[in-house]
Write a protein that binds this ligand. Structure first.
Ligand code: PEP
Ligand code: MG
Length: 894
């Protein structure tokens, strides 16, 4: 077996191998290759880190001899000597995984110093203040990072020294003060470890290498990886970078700084950042001294400023990305210490994409590929004014379920939320969880906050559909709806108290925090127009109101892939009608209520179809079980107790009947119970009414010469017999309405694929269905046998933490399981009807990673909530661009 190369000198590596060398190491190698002024150094690979963990935290035997060879090379390049008191070689040691990870180890500077080396440095530079300042920094960073000493202890010593000398700035500390500080720092370390502070450079470096590797599994780093979905295939272990020191603290002709080549806040093409004269890197980041804006460098260090500008240009030309760099100027000599792609907010990313195309720096394809589709959501919602938010108390955090920010008064009861909302109050509905019967309050609330549930819980899905900010799973919040209050820690929120929720992050504030309106900039429009052209699959919307349809169209949706008709029954004035229908004793009575509902549904369909004129609108017939429209039995029992006490006999009788019906309809497992097509089979008059409403709406619009294209979709279908059963109703209504209006009404009849059996028998379903649409929410639930609500609230977080699952399958499609079923269903369906239209209307339709998968398996379109449409458009464009860039042979094999 070939021996593993464990260490790369910067001129041996290149920028491509980030997985092996880490982002920082690869960047330093690449800059060395480009002959940019990088101090010499070497990188210990991430493979060594992996081996370290595989071998129970032992470093490979031959590592040290490789390191020493590279140290020798460093000595030759710098003319300095390792562990010497004559011109000592000092290094910085830094971690660096494939992806930049702020949760990991901080940098150690000036490693190699000891009591005699510091004297030599003093002599050589004739600058004792500089030498001792470097030494005290080294001991502090080493103590903190390697030994885990609390930084406060060092700060106390430093503050004491400044006080004693009567000064405020670190840089004004005298040599004598610094000598005393170093002695005390070393004592702090010795007290902490029980051993003298290591003085040999070898021992210092060995300990530092271990500390870097250990930081990979530090709590901060683990949490960071989890939160940012950094899986092992993205970054597995950290590299260690050992770099010859360049000193920014050698006097007033020295400086250090951090600069973005363009503004990360809004993408403006102008360098942006801070610097400090006579300082080392940590000072800029740590905020010990207030740095100056980089513009001032033009006057203060004009030569350095010019070099900085030139370097920024060179880097952008090479990387074709705005960069975030660290630099040091040592007595007028300019050094680059790090470069990486600049992290920017959505506005910045969009502007730089458009600008760099105009500057001919990148192509439109590259401009689209560099975007993170999920980030674009920031552009579409109100955001918290984070500056002003600092004046408000942040009280708790939950799962960010539907983005946007809103302020309002907390209300814990659905009825009161409706009443107060209708009276013009801005209400935030606060519940443990929500149920379909709570939906009327969603309409009258500005935002929703629940203490239970995950990203696909009822509250999350409904709020997203309506584009209202929502936080779920806020488990710290103890809600007592009866007492009209909620507590978190020592804070009590009473009904009527103002709160603000940030649904993009999941944070809850007390009081009314100012918000910032979203802005669709010209640049954003430009990007969307490029993406529309670059994508192959269609993007439709999940929308069930005319407003939702209009918004989706504004964002670029080409049709509606899912209109959930049950949402229309939930509006307050209609719920009563629907309850009457469920309670009706005879078919005649039921038909009477249905007639009224039909009129309402028809008028909704007319408006939605108008808003989407020219595009297809898929109308799904009723899906949830009937009991979900009745009040829950517990509430009814409470009401009965209340009425019994009041002695109100007529209402009491009515509520008792309601309770009996609610109990009759109640199910042990409603998700797998009497819902979807099963309701259509047992209550055919409901489906018939809905089908008739669609045909009547189409007829009315045809007369108005509006190009409406409704199609009817049946949910929860598991067999062709079920589908055929409903098709008969469809056929009957179709011929009836066509002859009534004397016109042909070509309305497609299709099925959802969300039941496992439906997918496996899709060849049979395709005989009847004119289109398929995957309901990946239910399908995921069925394939895993996970109840969506329970999974996210109970065991899923632990599955993710323990890496049993890499991602939440309700957010990103499970390619191996659900994906296999999707592939089978598509193949069988297309074998019967090659031109079958196949869509996806589950939540995954708005998820960029899932869109890439759906693109690859030949789905015709995906359907997403209105606010996810721009994200889906960009993700679909990326999917096509990535597929096109893959070699043909590979594409075929897939
Ligand atoms: C689905 O199951 O994916 C779907 C879209 O239907 P719902 O979420 O309404 O069950
Ligand atoms: Mg479903």
């Amino acid at each position: 077996m070939k021996k593993m190369k464990m260490v790369y000198f910067f001129d041996e590596g290149d920028g491509k191998n980030k997985k092996l060398l880490g982002g920082k190491g690869a960047g330093l190698c690449e800059m060395t290759r480009l002959r940019l002024p990088v101090p010499p150094g070497f990188t210990i690979t991430t493979e060594v880190c992996k081996t370290y963990y595989q071998n129970n935290k032992t470093l490979p035997k031959s590592l040290w001899s490789e390191v020493k060879k590279n140290i020798a090379k460093l000595e030759r390049r710098t003319g300095k000597k390792w562990n010497s008191n004559q011109n000592p070689l000092l290094v910085s040691v830094r971690s660096g995984a494939a992806l930049s990870m702020p949760g990991m180890m901080d940098t150690i500077l000036n490693l190699g110093l000891n009591d005699s080396a510091v004297e030599s440095l003093t002599k050589k530079t004739n600058n004792p203040r500089f030498a001792w300042d470097s030494y005290r920094r080294f001991v502090q960073l080493f103590g903190k990072v390697v030994f885990g000493v609390n930084d406060k202890k060092f700060d106390e010593v430093l503050d004491g020294a400044k006080k004693k000398q009567g000064i405020h700035e670190d840089s004004h500390l005298s040599e004598q003060s610094l000598r005393e500080v170093v002695a005390q720092y070393k004592q702090i370390c010795q007290d902490h470890t029980g051993k003298p502070f290591p003085s040999h450079a070898d021992e210092q470096l060995q300990l530092a290498i271990r500390a870097v590797f250990n930081s990979w599994m530090g709590e901060r780093a683990i949490v960071y990886r989890e939160k940012n979905h950094i899986t092992k295939d993205i970054a597995d272990g950290t590299a260690v970078n050992v770099v010859a020191m360049a000193f920014g603290n050698m006097g007033d002709d020295s400086a250090t700084g951090v600069v973005f080549t363009r503004s990360p806040a809004d993408g403006t093409n102008k360098i942006f950042g801070d610097y400090l004269v006579n300082a080392q890197g940590e000072d800029v980041v740590a905020g010990v001294r207030t740095p100056k804006p980089v513009d001032e460098m033009k006057k203060e260090l004009p030569k350095g400023y010019k070099l900085l500008l030139d370097t920024c240009k060179k880097l952008e030309r090479h990387y074709k990305e705005p960069q975030d760099i660290e630099f040091t100027i040592e007595q007028g000599k300019f050094y680059l210490l790090q470069t990486r792609s600049a992290k920017m907010n959505a506005v910045g990313m969009i502007k730089t994409s458009v600008d760099m195309v105009k500057e001919k720096l990148i192509t439109k394809d590259r401009a689209l590929l560099r975007l993170q589709p999920d980030q674009l959501e920031q552009m579409l919602h109100k955001t918290i004014d984070y500056e002003k938010a600092r004046q408000h108390k942040k009280v708790t955090k939950g799962i960010a379920a539907s983005p946007g920010a809103a302020s309002g008064v907390a209300v814990f009861d659905v009825k009161r939320a409706v009443a107060m909302g209708e009276n013009g109050a801005k209400v935030i509905l606060v519940r443990e969880e929500t149920k379909p019967e709570d939906v009327p309050a969603f309409f009258t609330s500005v935002a929703i906050l629940t203490s239970r549930g995950g990203k696909t819980s009822h509250a999350a899905v409904v709020a997203r559909g309506m584009g209202k900010p929502c936080i779920v799973g806020c488990s710290d919040l103890k809600i007592n709806a009866d007492a009209k209050q909620a507590t978190t820690g020592d804070v009590v929120i009473h009904e009527g108290d103002a709160i603000t929720i940030d649904g993009s992050i999941g944070e809850v504030y007390l009081g009314e925090v100012p918000t910032i309106e979203p802005q669709i900039t010209d640049d954003f429009r430009t990007i969307l127009s490029w993406a529309q052209k670059a994508k192959k699959i269609g993007i439709r919307a999940n929308a069930d109101t005319p407003d939702g349809a209009q918004l989706a169209r504004k964002y670029g949706a080409q049709g509606i892939g899912l209109c959930r008709t049950e949402r229309m029954f939930n509006a307050k004035e209609r719920l009563g009608l629907f309850v009457n229908l469920i309670m009706a004793k005879t078919l005649e009575e039921r038909k009477l209520h249905l007639q009224k509902l039909q009129e309402l549904q028809k008028s909704d369909f007319v408006q939605i179809l108008k808003a989407m004129e020219g595009y297809k609108v898929t109308i799904r017939l009723l899906d949830p079980p009937l009991h979900e429209f009745l009040p829950n039995p517990e509430e009814l029992i409470n009401k009965i107790h209340r009425l019994e006490k009041q002695g109100s006999s007529q209402e009491l009788e009515e509520v008792k009947i309601l309770l009996a019906r609610a109990k009759e309809l109640a199910e042990v497992n409603p998700m797998m119970g009497h819902r979807g097509v099963r309701v259509g089979v047992t209550y055919p008059e409901i489906y018939e009414m809905q089908i008739r409403a669609v045909f009547e709406a189409a007829a009315e619009l045809a007369k108005q010469k509006v190009h409406a294209h409704p199609q009817i979709m049946i949910p929860q279908v598991g067999s062709v017999a079920e589908l055929n059963h409903i098709k008969q109703i469809y056929n009957k209504v179709k011929s009836e309405i066509e002859s009534k209006h004397r016109m042909r009404l070509p309305i497609n009849f299709g099925t959802m694929l969300e039941v496992v059996r439906g997918c496996l028998t899709s060849g049979e379903l395709a005989q009847t269905a004119e289109f398929f649409s995957f309901g990946t929410n239910d399908l995921t639930q069925a394939v895993f046998s996970f109840s969506r609500e329970d999974a996210e609230g109970k065991f899923l977080p632990e599955y993710l933490e323990k890496e049993i699952l890499e991602r939440n399958p309700f957010q990103t499609v499970d390619v191996n399981g659900v994906g296999s079923l999707v592939k089978i269903a598509i193949a069988n369906g297309k074998a019967v009807k090659p031109s079958l239209e196949i869509g996806v209307c589950g939540e995954h339709g708005g998820d960029p990673n899932s869109i890439k998968f759906f693109h690859s398996v030949g789905v015709s379109y995906v359907s997403a909530s209105p606010h996810r449409i721009p994200i889906a458009i960009v993700a679909a464009a990326q999917a096509n661009l990535i597929a096109k860039s893959k070699p043909k042979s590979k594409r075929k094999r897939k």
